[in-house]
Design a protein around this ligand. Structure first.
Ligand SMILES: [Zn+2]
Ligand SMILES: [Zn+2]
Length: 247
C-alpha cells in the first residue's frame, strides 16, 4: 500500500471526508449538512484520541466556575491580546464574552464505538473543535483497531519513503539537481550550497545544487534548513551564463 506524502505529514482517515461540528451555541451556526460537513449528535461516530472510533453520548457546556485551569489561562491571554488590539486602534468589534467564546471548554462524553455497554469517558475540549465523522459501517485495522491508515501503516510508509528517497538520491549523478536528479544546464538558474554535501558527502565540497525553480523548491528548502542547522548562512545563487555561456 502506498500512502500519499501529505497523509504522512498530516493524518486523515481514508474512509471519510466528513467534518463534524459540535452541537453548541454559536458554533457553525449556518452549517449545511452534506457529505463534507455535519452536526455531531448523540450516536455520531467520531475519530477521537489515537485514531480511535468513539460514539458520542453527550455534549454539554461547562459552567464558567468549573473551567479547567488551562482554559482560564488561555482566556486571560486572549482578552489581554484583545485589549491591546483595541488600544492599538484596531476595530475589534464587540467585547468578547467568556460564555460565548469559541474556545471555551465543553464536555464531550464518548465511549469506544465497539463497546456499546462501556461507561462513557468525559473530556473538556474546545467548543470550536471539529472531528472526522465516520460512517456507521466504518473499518478499523485488524491488528491495532485504529482507523486506517493506522500508526503502523504510516510509520511503515515513512520508512519506505525514506528508503526509496535514499535509493533515488544515491543514483543522482554529480552536478545534477539533488531533488529531481536531472542535469542543470548552463542556461538554468540554480541554487548551490557551499561546504560539505550533507546529502551526498561522496560528491565532495560545494557540490550540493538544486534547480532554482518551483518544482525543486521543496528539496532546496529542506536542504537549506539542514544546512543552516549546521551553522551556514551565506548562499550562492548561480545565474544562467555563469559557466561561460553568455549568449
Ligand atoms: Zn494497524
Ligand atoms: Zn531539479
Amino acid at each position: 500500500m502506498r500512502i500519499p506524502l501529505h497523509v504522512l505529514r498530516q493524518w486523515r482517515p481514508d474512509q471519510t471526508r466528513k467534518t463534524g461540528y459540535l452541537p453548541i451555541d454559536g458554533i457553525a451556526p449556518h452549517l449545511n449538512e452534506s457529505d463534507y460537513s455535519t452536526r455531531i449528535r448523540p450516536g455520531t461516530i467520531i475519530v477521537f484520541g489515537e485514531r480511535r472510533a468513539h460514539e458520542v453520548i453527550d455534549v454539554q457546556e461547562r459552567p464558567l466556575d468549573l473551567w479547567p485551569d488551562l482554559f482560564n489561562r488561555e482566556w486571560d491571554r486572549y482578552t489581554t491580546w484583545w485589549a491591546e488590539q483595541v488600544l492599538a486602534g484596531h476595530d475589534m468589534g464587540n467585547q468578547p464574552e467568556k460564555s460565548t467564546w469559541e474556545h471555551r471548554p465543553v464536555v464531550l462524553s464518548v465511549r469506544a464505538a465497539d463497546q456499546p455497554t462501556a461507561k462513557p469517558n468525559h473530556y473538556a475540549i474546545r467548543a470550536g473543535r471539529t472531528f472526522y465523522v465516520l460512517p456507521e459501517h466504518y473499518s478499523v485495522c485488524r491488528l491495532c483497531n485504529e482507523i486506517p491508515p493506522c500508526t503502523h501503516a504510516t510509520t511503515e510508509a515513512q520508512v519506505e519513503h525514506a528508503v526509496r528517497r535514499t535509493d533515488e538520491l544515491m543514483a543522482i549523478p554529480a552536478g545534477a539537481c539533488l531533488f529531481c536528479g536531472q542535469a542543470i544546464t548552463s542556461r538554468m538558474n540554480a541554487t548551490r550550497f557551499p561546504g560539505p554535501n550533507l546529502w551526498r558527502p561522496d560528491l565532495g565540497n560545494d557540490s550540493a545544487v538544486f534547480h532554482a525553480r518551483r518544482a525543486c523548491e521543496e528539496g532546496a528548502d529542506s536542504y537549506r534548513r539542514q544546512w543552516q542547522d549546521k551553522g551556514h548562512s551565506e548562499l550562492q545563487a548561480e545565474l544562467p551564463g555563469a559557466a561561460g555561456d553568455d549568449s
